[in-house]
Design a protein around this ligand. Structure first.
Ligand SMILES: [Zn+2]
Length: 354
């Protein structure tokens, strides 16, 4: 089968390769991959500076859907031909203390697709059946390539934050996750959703407004906290979702949040912060980290996407076959597409709805 493979840890070690087709274990299914979203982390792996541990050679891709074409003997609940989307925790010890309480997403032994286990940018993928959820009928297949980032944003905004109707919410960073956080904050009832980015993010703000942003800002980051105070009762945002990929945005978050408010940090950035954390103490700020997602989040997200996929469809600015992977990666890097989706089994499937 053809697959987009990272061969080494140096820059530019990603290419299209031919691999043996995977075989299912007893608890696995093999899916014919129909759609595989490109994540910012895939771009980082391509450039040789991954956000997390990578064990090459490995097939990239952790945002994918497909059709079941083979199943192990112990698989129940999924039939050949079913359209499914996959979670990302490819390897989990389901007997670990964290897995036993449902928090397998943060278990230190978790290994994810596309970094340490072959992922979804291939014609076939082997997936443990526990990772799978049905893609509802009526949802175009291409949407199955962006359900995973919706689950990331849902975990940040709905599970790890506590937004109430009328709240002032600031979202830092209008990347795919930030835009989806904006959407979910809007759906959760926020009274104002302020999305902030760099001047170079201006083209993304149309998406932000379509997804529920009531205010966007691409100017001086230092002006943002005052804007948040002006939009509120003068105290600032009830919740700041930090979806920017740099540590420095946390300083803005601490300034923009109101006393007693909360910051949920979902964006990764390896740089040292080099700033005082005293505002957390002085303002009694709650800081929530969040990583990945779990089964109940996925079930909620699949239901949500099943009803409202048309609202997020415009985020998919590039779609194409596996052999054009580099075009999809470049479209995201240049910003011409918010999301790119590879279609390993051909572009004709992209619009099918069952
Ligand atoms: Zn991702």
């Amino acid at each position: 089968m053809r697959a987009v493979v990272q061969h080494g840890l140096e820059p530019d070690q990603v290419s299209l390769a031919i691999l043996d087709d995977p075989e299912p274990g007893e608890d696995d299914v093999i899916i014919e991959v129909l759609a595989a979203g490109v994540c910012g982390s895939d771009l980082h792996q391509w450039h040789g500076h991954p956000s997390w541990a990578v064990e090459p050679p490995v097939v990239l891709g952790h945002e994918f859907c497909g059709r079941v074409v083979a199943a192990g003997d112990r698989v129940a609940g999924f039939q050949l031909g079913d359209r499914v989307v996959s979670e990302t925790a490819a390897h989990v010890d389901m007997h670990s203390p964290l897995a036993r309480v449902g928090s397998y997403n943060i278990d230190p032994e978790r290994r994810g697709f596309g970094t340490r286990v072959n992922g979804g940018m291939a014609e076939r993928a082997r997936v443990p059946a526990r990772c799978l959820h049905h893609l509802p009928d009526g949802v175009p297949t291409v949407i199955g390539g962006i359900v995973e980032p919706v689950a990331v944003a849902y975990n940040a905004v709905v599970v790890r934050s506590a937004i109430k109707p009328g709240d002032i919410v600031v979202v830092l960073g209008p990347g795919p996750i930030g835009l989806l956080c904006c959407w979910l904050a809007h759906l959760a009832g926020a009274g104002e959703v302020l999305v902030a980015g760099l001047p170079s993010d201006e083209s993304r703000m149309g998406h932000a407004k379509a997804l529920g942003a009531t205010f966007t800002h691409t100017g001086d980051p230092e002006a943002l906290p005052d804007i948040a105070r002006d939009l509120s009762d003068g105290l600032g945002a009830h919740t700041v979702i930090d979806a920017a990929g740099v540590s420095a945005s946390f300083v803005t978050a601490m300034d923009a949040v109101r006393p007693g408010g909360s910051i949920t940090k979902v964006g990764w950035g390896p740089q040292p912060l080099n700033a005082s954390l005293d505002p957390i103490v002085a303002k009694a700020i709650t800081v929530n980290g969040c990583f990945s997602h779990t089964w109940p989040t996925w079930e909620a997200v699949v239901g949500l996407v099943g009803r409202r996929f048309d609202e997020i469809m415009p985020m998919i600015g590039w779609r194409g076959p596996l052999e054009h992977w580099i075009d999809g990666f470049e479209a995201m890097e240049s910003g011409t597409a918010v999301k790119s989706v590879l279609l390993p089994s051909g572009v004709a499937e992209a619009d099918s709805i069952s």
